[in-house]
Design a protein around this ligand. Structure first.
Ligand code: 3ON
Ligand code: FE
Length: 493
């Protein structure tokens, strides 16, 4: 067995669903060890920690969750010092995690369809939420925060990943308040002497939806907060910023609360995509005293966006690069996510939306038709014109399939580079880490956790971002697998 480094050597059908499935097994053990099984070499000047978050449990004491997005958050940390790497993984000790582990059974309904045992009667009118802290992890203002978009952040010890409690930012957040899992880091905020800022949002859905924007300074303090009401229900997972704006996509969905309230299905399953309605692009000024001070809403073709790559302002227009789906499939209460028929679903594809505020128009074009997800840009390019985009991608150029490759797009030359782990490997989000002596935008590394289905274990693969056609700089073999995760971040501290 050998992982295929190059796309051309892999046969057309490049994955086996049974092998893909095995990446969705719970990891019940918590580890900490120096990684000693390494191919290649860890760059000696690579210093810092890669944090990852994602569902660590896909079952509670044998009771299977209905969907991975309902799984309890487990943090992984890879700490690099002097060419060595230390691994740790630890579950976020949320209230629900502790209660369910003690009880040995499912006590909470999940947004994506996990139900308490006992049928709909046991679930009816139970609208409690378990804050599962499973979507992202970020180090900001000397705080390590585990994020889940429907509730408040959990505060962790960055050294040993122990859970310290909830984070309310000096009581600016109230108990049960949401704080999205997709903060954006403005590398130099024009309104704050060029200092970096963390910008995030929260969604309070209803017949109309309240969007709150938060800006945190370098010390982790919320220095700005403004709330806006937009008509209709909204499910907004991610957003983008520019120096002047926050941009959110209100995908065309409708929410019918009854099946959720009556215990038949989860809240997220009661959201229906409406292909006949347009997507609304919501543009919120970050600062009150700019020339455009009110919220603007523009319409574009129907589609569903979970993740944006980046946005920037140029010639009085706003450019937004996003992964867009033709439709959002509803999670069926009777189906098993491990039996997903990839061919029956529409792939995520990379689109560019160009918003002209003066003319009130939006145009869009597809930048990449290959199935892709989890876009990244250089951290210094957030909100600014970028050249390179990095994504998880399917091995095959067309159709929908699991992510097995890392794709680099050069938006100046149009060149694409693909590093593929097919047929046995399945990749996760590629995190770009700039090199310390960087000159060019792609001087740095891409880190991706790859599930190796042949050995049922995971590898951290470090690629030289300048050239994905080279063999990885290093491949760090863990002693175990890590279930497919969601997001993470790198901190040089
Ligand atoms: O919209 C309302 C407000 C809200 C915040 C209602 C609501 C109940 C739907 C809600 C809650 C939303 C939640 C809790 C969303 C959680 C999402 C999550 C954990 C993950 C999303 C992941 C998205 C993608 C695209 C993952 C892709 C993964 C792969 C391609 C491969 O593994
Ligand atoms: Fe996300």
């Amino acid at each position: 067995f050998q992982l295929y480094e190059h796309a051309s050597t892999v046969p057309a059908k490049c994955y086996d669903r049974q092998k893909w499935q095995k990446g969705y097994q719970s990891l019940k053990q918590e580890f900490n060890y120096w990684i000693d099984d390494i191919e290649g070499e860890i760059p000696p000047n690579l210093q810092g920690t890669l944090f990852r978050n994602g569902p660590g449990l896909l079952d509670i004491n044998g009771q299977k969750l209905h969907h991975p997005f309902d799984g309890d958050g487990m943090i992984c940390a890879f700490t690099f010092t002097n060419g060595k790497a230390y691994f740790q993984n630890r579950f976020v000790r949320t209230k629900g995690f502790l209660e369910e582990q003690k009880a040995g059974k499912i006590l909470y309904r999940g947004v994506f369809g996990t139900q308490k045992p006992g049928g709909w009667l046991a679930n009816a009118f139970d609208l409690k939420v378990k804050n599962i802290a499973n979507t992202n992890v970020i180090y900001w203002g000397k705080k390590l925060l585990a994020l889940w978009e429907a509730a408040e952040p959990h505060l962790l010890n960055p050294n040993n990943l122990a859970t310290l409690g909830m984070e309310y930012f000096d009581r600016v957040l109230k108990e049960g308040d949401a704080f999205a899992a997709h903060p954006r880091l403005d590398p130099n905020c024009e309104w704050d002497d060029g200092k970096p800022r963390l910008v995030n949002f929260s969604i309070k859905p209803g017949l109309s939806t309240t969007i709150t924007i938060y800006e945190l300074d370098e010390s982790g303090k919320i220095v700005q907060r403004h709330a806006h009401s937009v008509p209709g229900f909204a499910f907004i997972h991610d957003f983008v910023i520019t120096p002047n704006y926050c941009i959110l996509f209100q995908n065309p969905v409708a929410f019918n609360p009854l099946p959720f309230v009556f215990g038949w299905q989860g809240a997220g399953q009661s959201i229906k995509f409406n292909p006949k309605e347009p997507t609304r692009i919501i543009i919120i000024p970050r600062h009150a005293n700019t020339s455009i001070s009110e919220v603007k809403i523009l319409e574009t073709q129907s589609g569903f966006v979970f993740h944006h790559a980046n946005a920037f302002e140029q010639d009085n227009e706003i450019y937004i690069d996003s992964v867009c789906y033709e439709s959002l499939p509803t999670v069926d209460p009777n189906s098993d996510y491990q039996e997903t028929d990839f061919d029956a679903l529409s792939p995520g594809q990379l689109w560019r939306f160009v918003v002209n505020l003066n003319e009130q128009t939006v145009r869009r074009e597809m930048l990449e038709s290959r199935c892709c997800e989890f876009p990244w840009v250089h951290p210094a390019k957030v909100g600014r014109l970028h050249r390179y985009l990095y994504l998880g991608a399917a091995h095959a150029a067309s159709g929908n399939a699991p992510l097995q490759a890392i794709l680099k797009i050069d938006q100046v030359s149009g060149e694409r580079q693909l590093w593929s782990a097919a047929p046995e490997g399945f990749v996760s989000e590629p995190v770009f880490v700039p090199a310390t002596d960087a000159v060019n935008e792609d001087d740095g590394w891409l880190m991706t956790l790859v599930y190796d289905s042949a050995h049922h274990r995971s590898d951290l693969v470090i690629l030289d971002a300048r050239n994905l056609h080279q063999k990885p700089v290093a491949r760090l073999h863990l002693k175990h697998h890590v279930p497919y995760g969601l997001h993470g971040s790198f901190t040089p501290e």
